[in-house]
Design a protein around this ligand. Structure first.
Ligand code: HEM
Ligand code: HEM
Length: 178
């Protein structure tokens, strides 16, 4: 069992946490009734975007360990799921930004006026319209992905989950079964 690089493990779990926060705080951030949750939604969504912007080049630089032995269809499915997750981690905050521009011309994130694209542009409206659907898709796919990781650990009994766990203490809680 070969672990992922520590920095990538840290970013993986931070991202998972912040995506869940963004989802729990979701709703229209421009509505007065969502004043606080809207701030949390936009801030956590932007953090997701920043984390993936750091993560992708870092992944290229440090690489990822070869996967645990598995049938080819599983390797392909995992690769497709991971690529789609990366795509959604980029697309969901970007479409959210466009959706925000479609709803308001000015949005203050805490004390900072968030720069927004011009909502008159057709691509801004088109992107914004996809935000809710893509946000839901991200949560569903992440849930399936987490289920697959747990199935690897408890049913297939391989080291897939342990590869993504940070330190010794965590790996004792989920010891690799091979
Ligand atoms: C991973 C990050 C994000 C996730 C998972 C996410 C998810 C969602 C979901 C599921 C909704 C629909 C809520 C509902 O109708 O009850 C929503 C709404 C919204 N989100 Fe996000 N979002 C994220 C990031 C962002 C960001 C970064 C922005 C802005 C910069 C943003 C702006 C909005 C806006 C304006 C709405 C209201 C849409 C509407 O009512 O038509 N989101 N988001
Ligand atoms: C919003 C939540 C999550 C997102 C967006 C997410 C995203 C990702 C992505 C993109 C990868 C591919 C890493 C790479 O090869 O570069 C990955 C790997 C992994 N994730 Fe998640 N993940 C989430 C939650 C979880 C949860 C809850 C678990 C465990 C229950 C989990 C377990 C794993 C494991 C074990 C790997 C490594 C797979 C391997 O090395 O073959 N993830 N995740």
């Amino acid at each position: 069992m070969h672990r992922h690089a520590s920095a990538l493990i840290l970013i993986h779990w931070l991202t998972a946490l912040v995506v869940v926060v963004a989802y729990l705080a979701s709703g229209d951030p421009t509505k007065a009734s969502h004043a606080l949750s809207g701030q949390i939604h936009v801030a956590s969504g932007l953090v997701v975007f920043l984390l993936v912007l750091i993560r992708l080049p870092l992944r290229l630089i440090v690489g990822v360990p070869a996967g645990e032995p598995a049938p080819r269809w599983q390797q392909r499915l995992a690769r497709a799921a991971h690529s789609t997750l990366y795509g959604l981690l980029l697309a969901v905050p970007l479409t959210g930004w466009a959706e925000l521009a479609d709803k308001t011309s000015q949005f203050a994130l805490f004390a900072w006026t968030l720069p927004l694209p011009d909502a008159q542009m057709i691509w801004v409206r088109a992107l914004g319209a996809a935000h809710t659907v893509l946000g839901d898709a991200l949560i569903w796919l992440a849930g399936l992905h987490a289920g697959a990781a747990l199935a690897h650990h408890y049913l297939l009994r391989d080291g897939t989950l342990a590869r993504m766990l940070p330190g010794r203490g965590w790996r004792t809680l989920f010891p690799p079964k091979t």
